[in-house]
Design a protein around this ligand. Structure first.
Ligand SMILES: Cc1ncc(COP(=O)(O)O)c(C=O)c1O
Length: 389
């Protein structure tokens, strides 16, 4: 039996979601823009999904724009606001140094096209201090983008405080909430943001479906142009099966959030405490609280994260060395580097992220298998170091 501890990379689709997607692929196959019965049935399914997503984050259905996922939502927010505010002379964009590549690379692309950009440093626990943002803001700041929960370490940023600072200088605020939605309560009005990204496959929905929540009245230009879909905010025939899947996943999350949160926190804390107690030379990376309840990121002295990942995989245990996009390369984590961790710790850390199917037995199984694997890897490293060159 394989153990999946990599839910921040992606999650398995819930059976209720799979059933709904299948129905949308077969019975409700119409084009939601068509006037006839088939089209209207598809349109009704989109409307249901829009209401479920809005309910999950405390927004209005009309504020939800469906996209192909987190990456597109981040691109839409940054490029759409940058372009909309360009004529006003606001040509400064701000983001944290620990954002997902979907934000960081987009920011770099905008910098090449003439926008001034600032990357906010984080402290040793991975948090953007409000005073750091206050110093970075300028009269021409158009948009600030700071993620809600970090995908590698799970730490939660003080979004409400940061958004208030941005607004005080006339800037808009976007948060990438791909890793917090459905893990903790996310309420757009309480966060005080203008735009929020989410992605279905991070909470038991299908891949290739997500949304950008855009507060009513926010100035933004469509990045995808064509037909009048999504109230002309995102052209293209809607991915009805994907969106239906997103809607059902959102509905399930709204129902289960409270219970799942507590259960996952218990499992994660047992796992984390167990590793720290049984394996010497280990430390948790990032602020412990507030943190999403399913994530732990731990460094192991004297080993390389990739070797540990492979050794665990051979034992049937799936973990990650950080963000999925950088796996397969030996690049140190940009998140851990931004926190100022010493070089060896940016390369010896693994992320374990739990989800709906995980059990206490699985946690205990990992706790039994991990210590001898780490010991073996360390002794191999020691032997290699002792060998004459
Ligand atoms: C914080 C964050 N933002 C954005 C994304 C991208 O989302 P998607 O895979 O839906 O494009 C991810 C996925 O890893 C993420 O963790």
């Amino acid at each position: 039996m394989r153990i999946y501890f990599d839910h921040n990379a992606t999650t398995p689709v819930a059976p209720e979601v799979a059933d709904a997607v299948l129905q949308a692929l077969t019975s409700d196959f119409g084009n939601a823009s068509s006037v006839h019965h088939f089209g209207q049935r598809a349109k009704a399914r989109l409307d249901e999904a829009r209401s479920e997503v809005a309910a999950l984050i405390g927004g209005e259905p009309s504020e939800v724009v469906f996209t192909s996922g987190g990456t597109e939502s981040d691109n839409f927010a940054l490029r759409g606001v940058a372009e909309a505010l360009e004529p006003t002379g606001r040509k400064h964009l701000v983001a944290s140094a620990i954002e997902h590549e979907a934000v960081l690379v987009t920011l770099r692309a905008l910098a090449r096209r003439g926008w001034r950009t600032t990357l906010l440093p984080v402290d040793a626990t991975g948090i953007v201090k409000p005073e750091t943002l206050a110093e970075a803001l300028a009269d021409d700041t158009a948009l600030v983008s700071v993620m809600h929960a970090n995908n590698e370490i799970g730490t939660i940023q003080p979004i409400a405080e940061l958004a208030a600072l941005a607004h005080a200088r006339g800037a808009l605020f976007h948060t990438d909430a791909v890793q917090s939605v459905a893990k903790i309560l996310v309420a757009v009005r309480e966060l005080g943001v203008d735009l929020l990204s989410l992605s279905a496959h991070k909470f038991n929905g299908p891949k290739g479906a997500g949304a950008l929540w855009i507060k009513r009245g926010t100035r933004i230009i469509a990045h995808m142009t064509g037909g009048k879909h999504e109230r002309t905010r995102r052209a293209g025939t809607e991915n009805v099966p994907g969106i239906v899947g997103l809607g059902v996943a959102a509905k399930l999350a709204s129902k289960k959030l409270q219970a799942d949160q507590g259960r996952l926190r218990e499992l994660r804390d047992r796992l984390e405490a167990g590793v720290l107690a049984r394996v010497a030379g280990t430390a948790v990376n990032g602020q412990l609280e507030p943190r999403v309840p399913n994530t732990t990121n731990i460094s192991f002295d004297g080993i390389e994260a990739e070797s540990l990942l492979i050794a665990l995989d051979l034992e049937g245990i799936a973990v990650s060395t950080g963000s999925a996009c950088s796996s397969g390369t030996l690049e140190p984590s940009h998140v851990l580097r931004a926190m100022g961790l010493p070089a060896h710790r940016t390369q010896n850390s693994i992320r374990m992220s739990l989800g709906a199917g995980n059990t206490i037995e699985q946690v205990d199984d990992v706790l039994a298998k991990l210590p001898p694997i780490v010991e073996k890897l360390r002794s191999l490293t020691r032997r290699r170091e002792l060998q004459p060159r």
